[in-house]
Design a protein around this ligand. Structure first.
Ligand code: NOJ
Length: 994
């Protein structure tokens, strides 16, 4: 039966980039992999203009970008275009043209110079081939067995169909793969993620990742994932495009930091793993994204920012392991079904064709068993990306948006037939996808009915109407049908109440950073509040646009791409349609008891006189300000994704100062995507309390009221550092706003030192440190005992062998089998796997990337999901007791940091630099009645290790470690030491209070 055969007429494929040998240059092999000088040194990369340079014009490796100018001139010559202008009457035009041409030449000379200066010879990423095959770990064994059986029955085109998206807006979801109806394998629906279900009706608008990170609550992380997964399943979504753990937050102004959980690998890793477990326990596949180094929006992808190439994030091997890849390892260990490679280049090789990243670190070292999908148009080559470990291209269209020309689809069919992509690689790609589908139980026909049985996606990303087009992206499709079934998902008997859960998370994600004179909690009844004698009502003023809804509607701006009204989430693909949005004005007005309070509003940020005069009449003023950011395809008020600075937006600072000058009890609420500088007013005595409320989603106002009135004792902790000034984050912490070359280069020269690690190293006092947050009570820790477990020798046990991947038939079918089925009607722009003619199949020598011919040795750090299983064995047990010193219920986050032994040296006796301390574990404890609870946390071998770039393994430095237990990265009242040399278990100091 023909695949993907919607009604259609003709296929326009004239400009399709090919994968066969005649079009090798489109594969951009140059960016695949070359030797990485960083690997052996571990030093951060620095620009070295003296390096030998790859010429823009001298190699087919540079692809269409380099060849285009010459080809263009050639064509024009053939057309006689130049001659036509050499006519005397047009002399002045010739002069102008000459001027323009000279300018262009000068500019291109400059461009070539800049390019040469900026791009190191042959890239910097080590080649890692071939792609390790899936099916090597016990927990995926059954899924792989079933997958191998099913894939074994598939034809070549059927296999290709599964690896390639069908094109932007060709199906109901933001990503749709081709089905194999004959064998009952469905088209997979992939949908954003990670904050909720994008473009989906009546789904929960959850608090954003950064808010979830601020809860430091593992159970809520899991529950949110589960709620997200439940809703996805009910809407017929197979794969959620989340959680996000990259960007990690290296740059405080990074536009998409808010989609992830905070600026620390341990926090990101734990939150991501909990989210993944929650999502996947419902049977929906999760996607760990964006792998890796997409730390800013500017220049994140080719052409979007005017540069032909995406930015290169230049990351050294140690920082890659200890910071950026760390949360992905936790995700893989949690069994994540999919990983999304990012737009940017990594050490001058595109992340989606970087074999070191995908074949090496992800599939070998981390033992990833699922499939790698590209971010949308992040794939920049056909053969090269397949060889480097990409398994699925999304949304199917290749180098350009929605043009129907795929780098895979029919091109992959050709590449397999002409042997440039080995059949073994294609078999592995498909088996990985199908195995993930089995692993999540999506073959269960009762749980996941087929489209024919009214299954599949029951919403449309492209219309809110009940009926709509089935393939809206195709210019010649007229097919329509019922596309939106409006299935309720937020509150069902099965799911419980997601609105209530969202409120709980938003509430716990609020971080109280200042509360002088015990200003909070407020008393909603007015009882006990002394205010002038007499019967006058107590006056409370609510100030600032952020307390009120967007007057044009909650969903007025596309993908929430504007900052108008209260800020519930950032913008971009990670935003969702709000089913409702509770504003703070609504809840506060309703909460203050009417016959005791008079609540007044000032809903502007700008009119200072009016605000001042209203403020001077109030007993208490609550000021709402915010700071927004988002994904780079949208911009608002000059903010092109990344924030331009870290200050509150829309005159927020001025509003606070103005109100506080006239109102002696001022409370400030900050809705924000990340670190916000508070210095202009934080020390003003009238500013009594400050709440960092992050991005709460639909339950915004309710969460504020919960904390403000003390119904919930605040327990959020900062998932990043708030500095006194932007420069305090370090010289490499700023966004690269202007390209510094044709391939913009961003050197992660700070290595391991992001966020609090940088502040610690340089002894900089932050305004509020990572992990900080207040409660309405105090806590005390005591009786710290630290025990080491098992062996904590330098190296983990040897890599376990693992299972043999299933046997597959790797022989090639006849090219005829891949031809268009006779009589099949084709949709324009739709991505199909069929070839037009067998003469398309030309065999020849494919210019494989360097290193391709030699099998890379396997990493000693691998051998299980997440890495060598020994890395995840418990090495240290931390016990203590925690007391709530107050007399009300409360919750407290206990944090464990470790400091490595001093003077660590490597095998050559060279010093190994170590951060002052790193977060390695945390737990949140709840107090209802008992005032004292036991604390128990465990650290693994990996937690004690550093990545040794010479040994290419995780190594525990031998010597004395210090373990710090406490309430933030700077409030660590308890310490203990333990030695890896002597195996000694020492007792720490006996108590520590806050
Ligand atoms: C691009 C974004 O970077 C990614 O996070 C998202 O999942 C896809 N677009 C699909 O919307």
């Amino acid at each position: 039966m023909p695949l993907k055969a919607p009604e259609a007429y003709e296929l326009d494929r004239s400009e399709s980039p090919a994968m066969d040998h005649s079009h090798d240059e489109d594969s951009d092999v140059s960016d695949v992999d070359e030797f990485d000088p960083l690997r052996s040194s571990g030093r951060p990369y620095t620009d070295d203009a003296s390096q030998p340079i790859r010429s823009v014009f001298d190699s087919e490796k540079n692809g269409s970008f380099s060849k285009q100018p010459l080809a263009w001139l050639d064509t024009q010559r053939k057309r006689g275009w130049l001659q036509r202008w050499l006519i005397p009457s047009r002399f002045c035009c010739v002069l102008i043209l000459l001027f323009v041409a000279t300018l262009v030449l000068l500019l291109s000379a400059g461009g070539i110079w800049v390019y040469k200066a900026a791009v190191p010879d042959d890239g910097e990423s080590e080649p890692w081939y071939p792609t390790p095959r899936g099916g090597t770990v016990e927990s995926w064994k059954d899924a792989y067995k079933k997958a191998a059986d099913l894939v074994g029955q598939m034809t070549l085109v059927e296999k290709v169909n599964i690896t390639s998206g069908i094109g932007w807006s060709m199906g109901m979801c933001v990503g749709n793969t081709g089905p194999v109806d004959r064998l009952g394998f469905p088209s997979l629906c992939l949908q954003d993620g990670p904050l909720g279900l994008r473009f989906v009706d009546n789904a929960t608008a959850w608090p954003a990742g950064i808010t979830v990170g601020a809860t430091w609550n593992k159970e809520l992380m899991y529950e949110r994932g589960k709620g997200h997964g439940f809703e996805a399943k009910k809407k017929g979504i197979n794969v959620i495009l989340g959680p996000s753990m990259g960007p990690i937050g290296r740059l405080p102004a990074g536009g998409r930091n808010w989609e992830g959980f905070g600026s620390d690998p341990t926090l990101q890793g734990i939150a991501a793993a909990q989210t993944i477990k929650g999502i996947q326990d419902t049977g929906v596949m999760a996607t760990a994204k964006h792998y890796v180094g997409n730390e800013q929006e500017h220049f994140r992808q080719s052409w979007e920012w005017g540069t032909p190439n995406a930015i290169s994030s230049n990351i050294d091997d140690r920082a890659m392991h200890e910071i950026y890849a760390w949360p992905f390892a936790d995700s893989v260990r949690a069994g994540v079904a999919s990983v999304m490679c990012s737009y940017n280049q990594l050490n001058n090789s595109y992340a989606c064709q970087n074999s070191k990243l995908m074949n090496g670190i992800l599939k070998d070292e981390m033992g990833f068993q699922g499939f790698v999908q590209s971010d949308w148009l992040a794939q920049r080559s056909g053969v090269a990306s397949a060889l480097a470990g990409l398994d699925m291209t999304m949304p199917g269209d290749g180098l350009k948006w929605a043009d129907g020309n795929s780098l895979w689809g029919a091109e992959l069919t050709k590449a397999v037939l002409n042997t440039s992509v080995p059949m073994e690689r294609l078999n592995d790609m498909v088996t990985r996808v199908v195995a993930a589908w089995y692993q999540l139980g999506q073959d269960d026909k009762d749980e996941w009915p087929a489209v024919a049985d009214r299954g599949g996606p029951n919403f449309s990303s492209w219309t809110d109407d009940k009926e709509g087009e089935l393939h809206p992206g195709s210019p010649n499709s007229k097919e329509t049908g019922v596309v939106n079934k409006y299935v309720p998902v937020r509150k069902t008997d099965e799911s419980g109440d997601h609105d209530a859960l969202a409120r709980k998370i938003a509430t716990e994600g609020i971080v109280l950073v200042k509360n002088s004179d015990s200003m909070l909690p407020l008393n909603r009844t007015g009882k006990g509040v002394v205010y002038k004698a007499g019967t006058e009502k107590i006056k409370v003023g609510i100030f600032g646009e952020d307390a009120f809804p967007n007057p044009n509607g909650n969903n007025a701006c596309e993908d929430r791409g504007c900052n108008v009204g209260t800020l519930a989430m950032g913008w971009g693909s990670g935003a969702v349609e709000l089913p409702y949005l509770v504003s703070s004005w609504e809840t506060l007005k309703a909460n203050f008891v009417e016959d005791r309070y008079e609540v007044t509003q000032w809903r502007y940020n700008d009119d200072h006189e009016g605000a001042a005069s209203m403020a001077s009449e109030q007993r208490t003023c609550i000021v709402f300000i915010n700071s927004d950011a988002g994904e780079g395809f949208l911009s608002w008020d000059g903010i092109k994704g990344d924030r331009n600075d870290l200050h509150p937006q829309k005159n927020g600072d001025a509003l606070v100062k103005n109100v506080a000058e006239h109102c002696e009890n001022t409370i400030v609420v900050v809705h924000t995507v990340g670190p916000t500088i508070l210095e202009e007013w934080i020390e003003v005595p009238a500013v009594k309390a400050v709440m960092i409320a992050h991005l709460p989603g639909q339950e915004s106002g309710n969460a504020i009221a919960d904390v403000l009135f003390g119904d919930v004792n605040p327990s959020g902790r900062l998932p990043y550092t708030i500095a006194k000034k932007e420069e305090d984050y370090g010289p490499s912490s700023g966004i690269l706003f202007y390209p510094n070359g044709i391939v913009p280069q961003q050197n992660f020269s700070e290595g391991l030192y992001i966020d609090y690690r940088y502040f610690d190293k340089h002894d900089i006092e932050p305004r509020y440190e990572f992990g900080y947050g207040l409660s309405y009570v105090d806590f005390k820790l005591n009786s710290l005992v630290v025990n080491t477990r098992g062996s904590i020798g330098e190296l983990p046990k040897g890599r376990p062998k693992g299972l043999k991947p299933p046997k597959m038939d790797d022989s090639l079918p006849s090219p005829e089998s891949a031809l268009w089925p006779e009589g099949m009607r084709k949709l324009k722009k739709y991505i199909y796997p069929y070839i037009d003619s067998t003469s398309d199949i030309k065999k020849g020598a494919y210019p494989y990337p360097r290193g391709y011919g030699r099998a890379h040795e396997l990493s000693p750090a691998g051998g299980g999901e997440g890495g060598n299983p020994d890395l995840f064995e418990t090495a240290v047990v931390v016990q203590a007791s925690l007391t709530n010193l107050g007399d009300i219920p409360a919750a407290c986050v206990v944090q464990v940091y470790i400091s490595y032994p001093s003077n660590v040296t490597d095998t050559d006796g060279e010093p190994v630099d170590m951060p002052v301390k790193v977060l390695r574990a945390f737990e949140k404890y709840y107090f209802d009645e008992p005032k004292r609870v036991p604390v128990k946390l465990e650290l693994t071998r990996r937690d004690l290790s550093y990545w040794d770039v010479k040994r290419q393994n995780w190594v525990i430095p031998q010597g004395e470690f210090t373990l710090h237990l406490g309430f933030s990265s700077r409030d660590l009242p308890m310490q203990s030491t333990f030695s890896t040399l002597l195996g000694l278990n020492l007792r720490g100091n006996q108590d520590g209070a806050r």
